[in-house]
Each structure stands twice: as structure tokens, then as C-alpha cells.
Write a protein that binds this ligand. Structure first.
Ligand code: AMP
Length: 400
């Protein structure tokens, strides 16, 4: 069913619009500097469209995973606020340090046409991730319409992605609309072979995603931190590499039922510390000594993966193949990106870190599509309904 979009909001002049963006940008762990602003820039089309039509925007987003009080200072949207002001120099943008409450409502109510109020990180409030209806209701008081442009968060039923849509007429922004169109086309009739490249370190999340995507994929190339659990399950020595005990049974199951589709690393770049200054070495898979950890796929694996990539009709890539933020462990991701850009396949890169890696390494414009959603893109590709999309109005519903 097609969803209503910002184009279906006939007259937004003077209207307050609660706009959920995905401004969850990767940041330097020490300085907080924004490492890749793809998501901010990807949000601008909807922002500009609404501002040009005289809307008053209340923009909100999550940033990082906030678990403790200290995390709140670390995961603030203030750097995004500063960058947004640079990107939209002619627009008056203010910042609300509380996402909800009388003070923020007052700020939203006194916005003028063409102005923006950016709210602090939604995850500073526990009600966001719990999809607390009371929090969602409070958020809804900030707007007359709700626009969801946060494709990267659409697979989560949170207050700002799902709950709030119960209280306001809810439509999709341009980015959300575009993502669904491109990813939908890639899976409805994919050019085969369809190769999935998976990396990153959130092993349990990604294992769940492999399960969903297995029936669709012809090959799944597995690198990054998640590959070591597979390696250990097969009897390999992985030293201090990332290992996820709860995923062991699933890994065994995949190896038993889908081994012909899974392609695992055959060598690793290892280090004696999680640092760019550590001693490094390259060893065959499953031969990592105690005290060392695998932080990247090795050169033989890059070539192995390259041979599958060259034959592919469609490539969907989620997660970096090593700790690419450190130059000594970025060759795997770089090498695979080179193979991907040389292929004639339709190439879709999904997810924060893989998208950042590809962008920072200068390959972004050689890909067919860089998705702003990691988990969201994979869940969508698995055929799951995304709660943040499901909650939006259908195209044919009259919006008043
Ligand atoms: P994810 O969010 O699951 O896609 O994970 C992305 C993160 O995984 C990046 O910050 C990478 O540095 C990290 N990563 C990838 N491979 C490894 C590895 N072998 N060991 C530790 N971290 C890794």
C-alpha cells in the first residue's frame, strides 16, 4: 500500500510540523566532531521543501545509544545543531534542550514561518525507546502534522517513529519515500546473483538479520567483528576477537543449513591491542594467538570476496569489514569497496557505518544507492513491515 507523503500536505503555510529525521551521525569519540554528515544532508530535501512552503519545523532525532547519565552529555545533538546552521545559513534555527514539556511547547508555538526548532536527542528521555504513549502524546503537542523522514529508525517502534503517529496526521518525508522505492525495486525482482556483504560488530542483531535475508540471497559474504563467532563455532582460534556466545547456536544452524551461501574470511589482520599503534600481523582464519584480536579481513579474503562481487547482479552491503576507523584496519573495507565499485552490479550500501566508510573513502558516488538505514534497510529487504512506515497514513486518505 502506498503511503502519503509531504506532497499530500496541501497547505503547510504557518503550520507547525513535527519532523522526525535521522540525524544519528557518527562522531569522533574524543572531540564529538561529526565524521560523516551524509544523514544531515540527506534530511535537507524535506526540510527545505517544507520551509519554502512556509511551514514551522520542529525537528527531532535520536543520537547513539543512551544508557547512563554520562551518555547524555556524550550524545547531544548540539554538534548537529551547529552544522545545520551552517548548511542553512538563511534560516533561523533554535535548540530546545528538553524534547517535551511547557518550555519546549512555548518555543514551538512561537516559531515563525520558515523557522526551525531542533530538539535535543530523543533518547535522553526513556519514553522514546519504550514507545511510552504519554511521551508520544507530549511530542505530538509540538506539531499539527507529523512527517517521518527517519528511514534509519523506521524499523523501531519508538515514540517518535510510531507512537506519535497515533496523535497526528502522519506522512512520509522524501528520504523515507526514496529509500522504500529503491530498496523495494532491488528485492521485488533482483538482478542475480544477489550478494549480501555483512560486517560490523553487533553480532546478535546481525545474526537475526542473516536469518531473514537467507532465502533472498544467493551469497552472504561475512566479515567484520561478526565473523569470529562463526570461526570459533567451526573450531577456529580467535584470541580476543569479538565473540558473541548467545549467537553460537544460530551460527551453527546457518553453517548446517546454508553453508553453500555463506562465505567466511580465510585470513585476518590481527593486533595485540585495539589501537592503531598496536603491533599487527596477518594470519589465516582461525589461527589467532591468545592476546591478539582480529580487527580486519586479510588480503586473501578481499580477493575471495572480490571474486563473488565480480559475478554479482545485485550487491547489498551492510557493516564495515573491520575496525575501519583506524587506518591499519581499513584495508579490508577499502579493498571490498573497490571491488564493489568495479562490478557491473546494482550496488546498495546500507547502514551508518558502512555508508560512512564508503563515503569517507570516496566511493559514495560510485554506488547505485547509499541507504541511510542499516537495520531498517535489512529488515525491509527481509520483507518485514517497518513500524515507522506502517504507522503512516495511506496515500488515498484525506488529510485535514
Ligand atoms: P555495526 O554498527 O554493527 O555495523 O558495527 C560497526 C562497528 O564495527 C565499527 O565501529 C567498526 O569499527 C566495528 N568493527 C568492525 N569489525 C570489527 C572487528 N573485527 N573488531 C572490532 N570492531 C569491529
Amino acid at each position: 500500500m502506498e503511503k502519503a507523503t509531504v506532497r499530500d500536505l496541501v497547505n503547510v503555510e504557518g503550520k507547525r510540523i513535527l519532523l522526525r529525521c535521522d540525524l544519528n551521525v557518527p562522531q569522533d569519540k574524543n572531540t564529538g566532531a561529526i565524521l560523516d554528515e551524509t544523514r544531515i544532508k540527506a534530511s535537507l530535501a524535506t526540510i527545505k521543501y517544507l520551509l519554502e512552503r512556509g511551514a514551522r519545523l520542529v525537528v527531532c532525532s535520536h543520537l547513539g545509544r543512551v544508557k547512563t547519565e554520562e551518555d547524555k552529555a556524550k550524545y547531544t545533538l548540539k554538534p548537529v545543531f551547529n552544522r545545520l546552521k551552517e548548511l542553512l545559513p538563511d534560516v533561523k534555527i533554535s535548540f530546545a534542550s528538553e524534547c517535551v514539556g511547557p518550555e519546549t511547547e512555548k518555543m514551538a508555538n512561537t516559531l515563525k514561518n520558515g523557522q526551525i526548532l531542533l530538539l535535543e536527542n530523543l533518547r535522553h528521555f526513556a519514553g522514546e525507546s519504550k514507545n511510552d504513549p504519554a511521551f508520544a502524546k507530549q511530542l505530538s503537542l509540538l506539531g499539527e502534522y507529523y512527517v517521518n523522514d527517519a528511514f534509519g529508525a523506521a524499523h523501531r517502534a519508538h515514540a517518535s517513529t510510531e507512537g506519535v503517529a497515533k496523535f497526528l496526521p502522519a506522512v512520509a518525508g522524501f528520504l523515507l519515500e526514496k529509500e522504500i522505492k529503491i530498496l523495494g525495486e532491488a528485492i521485488s525482482n533482483p538482478k542475480r546473483p544477489l550478494t549480501i556483504i555483512m560486517g560490523g560488530k553487533k553480532v546478535s542483531d546481525k545474526i537475526a538479520l542473516i536469518e531473514g535475508i537467507l532465502p533472498l540471497a544467493d551469497n552472504i559474504l561475512i566479515g567484520g567483528g561478526m565473523s569470529y563467532t562463526f570461526c570459533k563455532v567451526q573450531g577456529g582460534e580467535i584470541g580476543n576477537s569479538i565473540f558473541d556466545e548467545p549467537s553460537v547456536d544460530k551460527c551453527k544452524e546457518f553453517l548446517a543449513t546454508a553453508k553453500n551461501k555463506l562465505v567466511l574470511p580465510i585470513d585476518s589482520v590481527i593486533a595485540d591491542d585495539f589501537s592503531n599503534d598496536a603491533h599487527i600481523d596477518v594470519v589465516d582464519a582461525g589461527k589467532i594467538p591468545n592476546g591478539w584480536e582480529g580487527l580486519d579481513i586479510g588480503p586473501k579474503t578481499v580477493e575471495l570476496f572480490g571474486s563473488y562481487i565480480a559475478k554479482s547482479g545485485t550487491i547489498i552491503w551492510n557493516g564495515p569489514l573491520g575496525a575501519y576507523e583506524m587506518s591499519n584496519f581499513s584495508n579490508g573495507t577499502h579493498g571490498v569497496a573497490e571491488h564493489v565499485t568495479k562490478s557491473n552490479a546494482i550496488t546498495i550500501v546500507g547502514g551508518g557505518d558502512a555508508a560512512s566508510a564508503v563515503t569517507v573513502m570516496g566511493f559514495a558516488d560510485k554506488m547505485t544507492h547509499i541507504s541511510t538505514g542499516g537495520g531498517a534497510s535489512l529488515e525491509f529487504l527481509e520483507g518485514k513491515q517497518l513500524p515507522g512506515v506502517l504507522a503512516l497514513l495511506e496515500k488515498n486518505v484525506k488529510i485535514s
